[in-house]
Design a protein around this ligand. Sequence first.
Ligand code: AMP
Ligand code: ZN
Length: 113
Amino acid sequence: MDDCLFCKIVAGEIPSKTVYEDDLVKAFYDINPCAPVHFLVIPKTHIPSVNGINAENSAVVSHIFEVIARLAKEMKLDAGYRVVTNCGKAAGQTVQHLHFHVIAGRDLTLTMG
Ligand code: AMP
Ligand code: ZN
């Protein structure tokens, strides 16, 4: 999608610090981390949010979670981590391309919202 920040990152038009990439997904560090470890995992195809997931495109979501589990193992996030996706304005979604935050490296037990 032409005017989408994360599509531009996928296309290499905007730089990012890549964590992992394959044909379907890309993982890269968040530019404004909220914890010592904070990266995003996105589908390479443009899906606006969780609301855009359907029977035709949902396979990429299970792949994203496979990738997250593998990266967590490789990055030794054994103490635990959180996976978050914000959907819509009230949830604080600022980039309209489906993305999963992976957050770790500090105590996350006190914050859920
Ligand atoms: P959300 O608020 O859930 O839509 O998350 C969007 C995330 O994208 C925020 O945590 C931003 O810090 C992050 N972000 C925005 N621009 C960039 C960028 N160019 N590279 C990496 N992360 C970004
Ligand atoms: Zn996009």
